[in-house]
Ligand binder design. Structure first.
Ligand SMILES: [Zn+2]
Ligand SMILES: [Zn+2]
Length: 227
């Protein structure tokens, strides 16, 4: 089920263990933010076809981090087309050297083949798709290479597995996770200017997402006992 957020941004709430997936149309660019596990690629293809797109038409894939429930769908996309892949450098460097361990594929019994990340993202990177531009904020904690991204000139923030709705937030017990960094990242997000939050799991935060971020920050701070 694909929900329209703006003229050009669509949001697909996940199927089972998949991450949520966003689809953005900007001029000649057809972009996905995260890709799910890849187990439901044919459902994703149908959702895309409902908007005149398809797996093979995707030109760019921006990953909020490298866990298998977000990155696994890259494999069917690469079989059908040739999208450019974007990921924060902290996770892209090991992946490009053939180390897939941070994807947690082995942990979940789904070994991924080696892949190559084309664009290494960093704090402040601007991904320019023409009409739509995404500003990257490095927000480690759930994983070392986790990012959130704001659609430039809009109140829309893609929050990955850092910020979830209802005072919730990403877990920190996977390799490279850090409660201190997560709390600092949530604090930073709660000080940003945005209205709509599109998370990696659970439902979209369609109103007052910044207030939701403040709640998540306070909950995380108490949960982890960080002053
Ligand atoms: Zn996830
Ligand atoms: Zn994750």
């Amino acid at each position: 089920m694909l929900d329209q957020i703006t003229d050009s941004i669509y949001f697909i709430v996940s199927r089972s263990f998949d991450s949520n997936i966003s689809y953005i149309k900007s001029g000649d660019h057809e972009i996905l933010i995260d890709t799910g596990t890849g187990l439901y690629a044919s459902s994703l293809d149908k959702d895309l076809q409902s908007q005149g797109s398809s797996l093979e038409r995707i030109t760019d894939v921006v990953l909020t981090h490298c866990h298998i429930d977000h990155i696994g769908g890259v494999i069917p996309l690469l079989e059908r087309g040739s999208p450019k892949l974007y990921l924060h450098k902290a996770e892209a460097v090991p992946i490009n050297s053939g180390d897939m361990s941070q994807t947690l594929g082995a942990t979940f019994g789904a070994d991924l083949p080696p892949i190559k990340i084309d664009v290494l993202l960093d704090e402040g990177s601007l991904i320019d798709f023409g009409e739509i531009k995404l500003r990257v904020f490095h927000t480690p904690g759930h994983s070392e290479g986790s990012i959130v991204m704001q659609v430039e000139g809009s109140g829309i923030l893609f929050t990955g597995d850092t910020l979830f709705p209802g005072g919730s937030f990403g877990r920190v017990d996977f390799p490279t996770g850090s409660p201190e960094k997560l709390v600092a990242s949530l604090k930073r997000i709660s000080e940003m200017d945005f209205e709509i939050g599109l998370p990696g799991h659970m439902n979209a935060m369609m109103y007052n997402a910044r207030k939701s971020a403040l709640t998540s920050y306070q909950m995380a701070k108490n949960w982890f006992g960080i002053r």
